[in-house]
Structures are given as C-alpha cells and as structure tokens.
Design a binder for this molecule. Structure first.
Ligand SMILES: Cc1ncc(COP(=O)(O)O)c(C=O)c1O
Length: 384
C-alpha cells in the first residue's frame, strides 16, 4: 500500500540515537551526549526578541512563498559580503530549514534515473533524499590518508553520461574537514568539463577553525551558473527549531524551484524569517560561537589524540570529531552500543554515513561534559 520509494527509506540513525540519548537524560541518567547534531547554546536573545516582536505585531500569517523581501535582501547582501557570490534577492528562496533547501534543490535538478555523486562519508539524509526523488545515489569513495576529500581522478572515473549533480558539503558533517580554494578549483574544472551541477551545502561555513577561510563554490569562476548554494540558520545561530534555511542559485533554476515551495510548505515560518534578518545583521555572535567551538575542539582533541585505541581526525570545522575505532577490534555499532551501556556516553556510529570503523563525536556540549566524556572513553578503552 505504501509507495516503494518511501518504503525503501532508512530511518535517520542520527535522529534515533539523539532521541534515545535525550530519553535517557529525561530518565535522570548521567549521559555524556556526544551524539548531538545541534549547538547546545540557546538562540541569542537579540534574535528571540525580534520573533517575539513580530508575533506581538501580528506577523503570524503566510508570507510570500519564496520568503519575505527583507530577509531575501539580507541573504543576497550576506552572500555578496561574506561569500563573494553576486546574486539578486530574486535568486534566493527561503526554506523550512536547510534540509528542505536541499530537497528542493535535488528535486529541481534531478530527473528520475539521473545520477547524483556524493562523497563518502556523507551526511545521512543525502542518499535518502536522492532515493525519494527517484535519482540514483552514487557514493564517491574517499580515503582517510587524503583527509576524506575528493580525489579528482576517482571523481572523473565515476562520472557517466547519466551524472547530473555533485553534492558538496564542507566543512563536512561527519568528518569535519574542509576544502581549500585550490582543491575546489580542481573540482570546478571537472564540473565544467562534464557539464554538471553542484549542490553546495555550506551550513557549517561559520564553524571553521585555525584561521581557515571558507570559500563558497559558487564564487569560483563560472560556477555561479552551475551551483545551488544551501545554507541556513540552524548551526551558526543556534536556531535548529526555528526551521529556517535558504537556497540561492541561477535564476532559471530558482524561479522554477519556487513552485515546489508554493505547492508544498507555502512558506517558511513568518516570525522566524523576521527574526533571521536580525541574525544576519549581527556581526559578532557567530564569530564568538566559532571561537567557543574551537576551544572545545581543542579540549576533545587533547583528550583523545594521546589514546591508543582511538584515532581522531582533528576537525577543521563543524562541531564533530570523526574517530577511527578499528584498533579496538569492535565494529562502530558495537563500539557505540557498548560505550553507551557501559559508560553512558552516546556517539554516532558512522555506518549510516557510509563507512565502517568510525564514530562521530559531537563537541556541541560544555567543557565539563567533554572532560567527563574523555575520562569515560579512556576507561572504556582500557577495559577492552
Ligand atoms: C550537512 C547538513 N546539512 C543540512 C542540515 C540541515 O539543517 P537544518 O536544520 O537547517 O535543516 C544538517 C543538519 O544536521 C547538516 O548536518
């Protein structure tokens, strides 16, 4: 009775573990939560105040489906100012979270049977979204020795006559690695040569460490015509529950894609949109957030990098640390399961990111919790 494409979807492993962790915490268990996919900081007051004002002023009805003009203009100026992407507000769509921006982007570009290349390890929702719209998911192998980044020769070999889109996500969930301008330019050459499109998920752009600079794919020469940029407010402004993201790209795609919003969600939440204008006007909050996360990254790295049976990769961005647990002799699923049961530390086994032998630890939690978590992981490893 149920549609086959829907039946074939996997439940989100990350959401499942997050829900289990939260329910253990509600039961009063002393869990160290390294599974979280969202910043633990509260949404800043200056953003909340704008939403409250909007609600009090009755800004509680449908908005234009592509988003309120003030926000679309603020996004277009942000893209120019910070990302060097020259765009008009008419080429921006405000969406119900970055997740929905990705879905709209894929639906707009991919015909049933078209192949979509996604570097592996990948964020759990890409394959499922591609399946849902009838596309062919094509994971692209990457290697730890190359920081899990795209190898141009491997990419070239994977492209067929049916390849339409490459999905990029950097800084990457789950590996935390990001790309340099030079590396992106190499990918851009292939995109041009094989007449492809890129969906560039840059949701973690503001969480980037050690003085690195985020380079937007659409800012590279000729790539503005071939790139749909996805971003949002969830990670940079701690606004996961506000469900607000956006999509920007060439007018011929965006003008068609906006019809999907017309007939599905109608628009993003009105007062979230109003509040997001204030988020983009603020210069310092996200920068401070990045510094706090970098400190936590350092703390977790110091704690783990000296241990024998776990090999963390130092995150260049995001709030995740990707760790090789093969020296334990356990599968990542066994590792995560036993760590939770024995030490009450939750983490995400990376099977659902398409790779065996790794776990993802989130440092979206306080310094005290990070120290406690490291001590427990040390005990756990000593017991193996
Ligand atoms: C790589 C990546 N893209 C997109 C999203 C979705 O973000 P949003 O909450 O804005 O839908 C997430 C959330 O975890 C993510 O990790």
């Amino acid at each position: 009775m149920v549609n086959n494409r829907v039946k074939s979807l996997n439940k989100s492993a990350t959401l499942k573990i997050t829900a289990l962790t939260k329910s253990l915490i509600r039961e009063g268990k002393d869990v160290v939560n390294f599974a979280a996919g969202e910043p633990d900081f509260d949404t800043p007051d200056f953003i909340k105040a704008e939403a409250i004002k909007a609600i009090e002023q009755g800004f509680t009805k449908y908005t234009p489906s592509a988003g309120i003009p003030a926000l679309k203009e603020a996004i277009a100026s942000k893209l120019l100012r910070e990302n060097n992407i020259k765009t008009e507000s008419s080429n921006v769509l405000v969406t119900t979270g970055a997740k929905y921006a990705l879905y709209v982007a894929l639906l707009s570009l991919v015909e049933p049977g078209d192949e979509v290349i996604v570097p592996m390890p990948y964020w759990v929702s890409y394959p499922e979204m591609i399946t849902l719209i009838g596309g062919e998911f094509r994971p692209l192998l990457t290697k730890k020795e190359k920081d899990f980044k795209i190898d141009i020769n491997v990419l070239k070999k994977q492209i067929t006559a049916k390849t339409k889109v490459i999905v990029l996500n950097y800084p990457s969930n789950p590996t935390g690695v990001t790309y340099t301008r030079q590396e992106l330019s190499e990918i851009a050459k292939i995109v041009e040569q094989f007449n492809l499109y890129v969906i560039s998920d840059e949701i973690y752009e503001k969480l980037i460490y050690d003085g690195r600079k985020h380079i937007s794919f659409a800012s590279l020469s000729g790539m503005d015509k071939r790139t749909l940029t996805v971003n949002g407010f969830s990670k940079a402004y701690s606004m996961t529950g506000w469900r607000l993201g956006y999509l920007a790209g060439p007018n011929e795609i965006i003008s068609q894609a906006s019809k999907i919003i017309d007939h599905t969600t109608s628009c993003a939440v009105s007062f979230s949109q109003q509040a997001a204008v204030a988020a983009l006007e603020n210069k310092t909050w996200a920068e401070d957030l990045c510094l706090k996360f970098q400190e936590r990254r350092d703390l977790l790295w110091q704690g783990l990098s000296t241990l024998d049976k776990i090999k963390p990769i130092k995150s260049q961005g995001t709030f995740y640390m990707f760790c090789d647990v093969t020296p334990t002799g356990l599968s990542a699923l066994e590792f995560a399961d036993q760590l939770l049961k024995q030490q009450m530390v939750s983490c995400i086994p990376a099977e659902s990111f398409g790779i065996e032998g790794y776990i993802r630890l989130s440092f979206a939690t306080g310094n005290g919790q990070i120290k406690k978590g490291v001590a427990r992981i040390t005990d756990f490893l000593n017991g193996i």
